[in-house]
Design a protein around this ligand. Sequence first.
Ligand SMILES: *[C@@H]1O[C@H](CO)[C@@H](O)[C@H](O)[C@H]1NC(C)=O
Ligand SMILES: *[C@@H]1O[C@H](CO)[C@@H](O)[C@H](O)[C@H]1NC(C)=O
Ligand SMILES: *[C@@H]1O[C@H](CO)[C@@H](O)[C@H](O)[C@H]1NC(C)=O
Ligand SMILES: *[C@@H]1O[C@H](CO)[C@@H](O)[C@H](O)[C@H]1NC(C)=O
Ligand SMILES: *[C@@H]1O[C@H](CO)[C@@H](O)[C@H](O)[C@H]1NC(C)=O
Length: 397
Amino acid sequence: MKVTNILFGLGLLSILEESVAYPGMSNTISEIKQRTLPKRQTLLQRRVVRPRQVETAEDPEAPEEPGVLIGDIKDGGTTPIGKTVARILLETESGQSLEAGYQIPGPPNSTECKEDTCCIWAHISAELTAAFRGPSGRCNKWARAAVRLGFHDAGTWSQALADNGQDFGGADGSIALSADEIQRPENNGLQGIVNKTQVWQKKFGVGMGDLIQFSAQHAVVTCPLGPRIRTFVGRKDSSKAAVDGLLPGVNDSADKLIKLFEDKTISPHDLVALLGAHTTSEQFFVDTEQKGAPQDGTPGVWDTLFYNQTLGTGPLPKEVFRFPSDIVLSKDPRTADEWLSFSGPEGQNHWNEDYSYSYIRLSMLGVNNINNLTECTKVLPLPRPYFQDAGQLLVNE
Ligand SMILES: *[C@@H]1O[C@H](CO)[C@@H](O)[C@H](O)[C@H]1NC(C)=O
Ligand SMILES: *[C@@H]1O[C@H](CO)[C@@H](O)[C@H](O)[C@H]1NC(C)=O
Ligand SMILES: *[C@@H]1O[C@H](CO)[C@@H](O)[C@H](O)[C@H]1NC(C)=O
Ligand SMILES: *[C@@H]1O[C@H](CO)[C@@H](O)[C@H](O)[C@H]1NC(C)=O
Ligand SMILES: *[C@@H]1O[C@H](CO)[C@@H](O)[C@H](O)[C@H]1NC(C)=O
């Protein structure tokens, strides 16, 4: 029996079972609520009280500027969904959600399913959970690859190019739809997940840009401790190859990395949060003599150990391979405070919150119909904020 059919048969039951299985869930709900509200208020107050020009990048005490709006919601959005995404990008509404209880209306090709945008995504979710979760309950190599694919599709967008009439690239599926992008050296190692994603796309008949971003967010919540990031679908696909040279390199300087991401409307603070995705990554091509070396000692768990280990602290097994680009940002005065804060006590909640905001922004780059998207977070598996032996080293699936 196919996994999708099993899940369809169980329907709501399996979703309820999951929530009962994690007794810490009610804590997480209140933590999410408690953590986001005060931050929202402070951000808004700061924006009102403090004029923009006093907040220079050189002033380490300057509060983080809330991000700018992008795409077709630069005016704050014209539809309820556009307004919601705008509030998330401004960090006045949470980027995580525990909304659950979705009842799948029918099998993938049924009329009932076709009438409900999120239905097909619930079926996809069942398939991805099976594909991304390893035997120990940690997330596996396909989850890691899906996270990386999400970055490498969405990251190929530039505000400066967009302002010059080249508003394409970004989260449009072109990494899998153009013949060109997958050949680029920085995309080496992604062929396997691209192949798999192409199979899923044909099977379920959804957009490639959506599927890549949905998979990247699904992979994160499939990892123990990972946040359940709010997930939107309805992007437009493109088979036009994105402009080359818009993704970060492992040997880039802090200056280059910060500028590269600022040109994607991603602040240094958000960049630090996004780089935490190296919590579950393994490298195969940066140093071919250490193929499979993880960037954090617990590559199957979405924890903050990556931040410690990049600083050279915490339990640091010799197998961990640290990227020079991560090391320079862990030390740069524009990013070091945030780096340390993610590694410290309460770092996990802080990071999950910030990663969610930053990833939603990344997943909307180049998307110019945000007002027309649909939120389908409710079909994702629930997060697992507690995981036995989460700190066990070098278990990768
Ligand atoms: C991906 O698919 C192509 C074409 O079907 C095949 O040539 C290639 O070996 C596959 N790559 C991987 C890594 O699975
Ligand atoms: C839906 O129908 C199409 C066309 O008959 C088929 O190719 C596809 O595999 C079906 N999808 C699922 C998920 O069963
Ligand atoms: C990064 O620098 C190292 C050491 O200089 C070098 O061996 C490696 O090829 C460089 N990698 C890339 C992608 O430029
Ligand atoms: C990581 O470093 C922080 C200090 O930055 C420390 O409080 C924490 O205990 C460290 N975590 C581990 C697992 O060593
Ligand atoms: C959004 O949807 C409306 C109604 O379906 C359509 O008229 C409009 O062109 C869409 N806008 C974009 C940017 O896709």
